[in-house]
Design a protein around this ligand. Sequence first.
Ligand code: UD1
Ligand code: UDP
Length: 370
Amino acid sequence: MTVATKIMCVVGTRPEAIKMAPVILALQAQPWAEVRVLATAQHRQMLDQVMNFFGISPDIDLDLMRPNQSLAALTARLLQEMDAVLLSEKPDVVLGQGDTTTVMAVALACFYRRIPFGHIEAGLRTGDLQNPFPEEANRVIAGRLARWHFAPTESSRRNLLKEGVQDSDIAVTGNTVIDALLMTASKDIDIGISLDERKRLVLVTSHRRENFGQPFVNICHAIKTLADRNADVQVLYPVHPNPNVKDVAYDILGGTSNIVLCDPLDYAPFVAAMKKAYLIISDSGGVQEEAPALGKPVLVLREETERPEAVDLGVVKLVGSDTNNIVTEAQLMLDDVAAYQAVARGVSPYGDGKAAARIVEVLQQAHQCS
Ligand code: UD1
Ligand code: UDP
């Protein structure tokens, strides 16, 4: 009898957990795979929220999050702790997702121990190492070290080919974020926040490091201006717990009657909020992928995006962090029905909900060849 392949799935932050969950669940159903789930816990509460929702318990939890952690200290802790885990667990394959510090450090730790690493959501690029910071560098490093590249789209596949990755090492799978969304969006889940039903809902999220400081202050002023000018609008903003975000958001937006600030929502209530929203304003990578699938326009608070597909289709718009620009573009969505409908088309370039199955198929083939 062939020995099972020991696959370690690593998650560190909220988006990694959401996008890895469908892969973990699909692998757990495979008789040839022995699945181990490792939480670095780069995030704590936000990671736990997602793992609980999908009913996944980590086999190992490194509990690495520290308040306001620096990138260098986090990276150092990750490398050391991961190396010890790889030594004791001896996985045959390690999987990581996305572009966080966890993914970059795990790919490097695997390289040092010569353990094959599979990169999920491979090949996203802006071509500018400073934007998004530090994620562009994280995914370039993880990609350079990966054995398997699970690219969500043809354009991400082309980015990898340009960097010299062998076509045979790339599988275009779609993004697992759509698998997770389809598992969740069909459920009738309450947002759990008291909202004024007569008002149009504008949903906001923001957390990017390149927006810290003045750009984020400008973003908050734009949200406040929109709320002040549009009495028929209610803003819901689940605030990211990073102190660089939280302190400024509460300072500028707290106390405005039609702005509701709250802690991060659990994944299912957040999906319910996206479904209910008239407009979404966000710098999140995941939200840029989910909202088009739900037919919701997103104004993206970034200068560049590694997710050009939705922008090219016209269902997502880059608005940067300039206050006037954000206000002008959001006001257009609120006032001009034709402009709104041109964006709210329900086109999803990021997947069909079968990405996890395609990833499992590639790993099964590798198992059969081992
Ligand atoms: C991280 C990722 C970013 C990803 C984002 C998703 C890096 C460098 N950044 O950014 O790519 O888009 O997660 O949300 O990998 N905190 C809590 N509780 C939590 C999570 C965070 O209190 O559950 C606070 C802590 O003070 C922590 C700080 O936020 O030190 C920053 O967390 P960190 O993971 O370093 O960066 P994020 O800004 O969350
Ligand atoms: N999300 C959530 N609760 C919130 C805000 C976002 O569950 O209050 C989900 C969202 O649906 C998406 C993911 O978190 O799947 C995006 O995470 P985040 O914006 O933190 O990171 P990014 O995708 O930018 O790396």
